[in-house]
Design a protein around this ligand. Structure first.
Ligand code: SF4
Ligand code: SF4
Length: 237
């Protein structure tokens, strides 16, 4: 089976190149990459950890769609590329530090921890969000990063929702304050993050919930004033 990989070494290559390789049938993509590294080109660079869909480190793009390479079964002529919007270190290996920084900026943790009875419903409300494996797929799929590299983004905002909705949080104001700039109002609600999440998390819905919480803390959509809802200030329609 043939797959193509977008290769690039920022230190050696003037530009990236797409190289086609032959891999055996029946392998996962990660096994195929490991096969190529062992038999064809030891310089091929990619990330991997647990090899069982738990650590989230092996995400790449396949034909423009984010996939965990340890779970994905390659098809003929697939094009494999690195995640978007992360600095490229080499081939499929990216630097994830700036994206992880977004977690700190969202202030997504318990600020005024208190004793609280937690019902099954409370648990269920944030159960899925707690399953995030930080694979960065949603960050790579989010079109807002093409125009705003400082956007807090889907996995950080999902975590902000998870803690702001926790009954043990005595006051979620710090978290809600932290997600106003480059945060909840910058999302276009396109749903790309939700579509690629291997854990079934729905960051788009969590951001919608955070917008609702934001209004309870006195915030409103800063773009609202620029909308005219079809009203012509000159008297026309
Ligand atoms: S719904 Fe929002 S956070 Fe998710 S991909 Fe679209 S713009 Fe990004
Ligand atoms: S929310 Fe989903 S896609 Fe985003 S980092 Fe977490 S597991 Fe990956």
């Amino acid at each position: 089976m043939k797959i193509s990989i977008k290769r690039f070494d920022p230190l050696l290559d003037p530009q990236s190149s797409i190289i086609t390789y032959e891999i055996p049938e029946g392998l996962t993509l990660l096994q195929g990459l490991q096969h190529l590294k062992a038999t064809t080109d030891a310089t091929l660079s990619f990330d991997a950890g647990c090899r069982s869909g738990i650590c989230g480190s092996c995400a790449v793009r396949v034909n423009g769609r984010e996939e965990l390479s340890c779970s994905y079964r390659p098809r003929e002529d697939d094009l494999i590329e690195a995640l978007q919007y992360h600095p490229l270190r080499r081939d499929l290996l990216v630097d994830k530090r700036k994206a992880v920084e977004t977690l700190r900026h969202t202030s997504a943790w318990l600020h005024q921890s208190r004793e609280a009875d937690i019902s099954i419903e409370d648990e269920k409300r944030t159960e899925t969000q707690s399953d995030c494996i930080l694979c960065h797929s949603c960050y790579s799929a989010c079109p807002v990063y093409a125009v705003n590299p400082d956007f807090l983004g889907p996995f950080a905002l999902t975590r902000a929702y998870r803690y702001s909705a926790d009954p043990r949080e005595g006051d979620a104001k710090d978290t809600i304050d932290a997600i106003q700039s480059n945060g909840v109002w910058d999302c276009t609600l396109c749903g790309e993050c939700t579509a690629v999440c291997p854990q079934g998390i729905d960051p788009k819905m969590d951001i919608t919930m955070l917008r609702s919480s934001s209004t309870q803390y006195g915030y409103s959509d800063p773009n609202f004033g620029a909308m005219n809802f079809g009203f012509d200030p000159n008297g026309g329609f």
